[in-house]
Design a protein around this ligand. Sequence first.
Ligand code: SF4
Ligand code: SF4
Length: 124
Amino acid sequence: MLQDHGSPANPGVQLDPDVFYACQRCTACCKWPGDVRLEPHEVTRIAGFLDLTEDEFVARHTRLRSDRQGLSLIEKANHECIMLAGAACRIHPVKPGQCAGFPNRWNFPGWREVCAAIPVPNAV
Ligand code: SF4
Ligand code: SF4
C-alpha cells in the first residue's frame, strides 16, 4: 500500500532554522497519495488563474479532504495531483501553501528519503 506522506498538520514536523532546502523539481511530492489541501482564499486564486468560476473549479478539480474539514485537489488514479502535467505544475504561480511550504515550512519524519531537495545554509 502506498504511504500517505502527511500534510501541513502533520505533528512530526522537523524544521532546521539554519538550513534552506532547495527544491530540485523532481515532482515526487506531486505524486504522493493524500490530500493537497486548499484553503478558501486559494480556491479563489487558483480558479481565477485557470479562468474558471469558483464553482467550476471546485466541481472539476477538488474533492473533500480525508478529514472532511475542507477541500483537496483531486489526485489521478496513479496518485499524481490533477494539476501535474508532465514535470510541471499547471498552477505553479498560485500553487497551494501546502506545496509551496514543503519541505521548509512543514515536513514529516523521513522526508529526506523521498525528496531530492538540496540543503543550502541560510544567509546570515
Ligand atoms: S519532492 Fe522535494 S525536490 Fe522533489 S519537487 Fe517536491 S520539494 Fe522539490
Ligand atoms: S498543485 Fe502543483 S505543486 Fe501542488 S501537488 Fe499539485 S502539481 Fe504539485
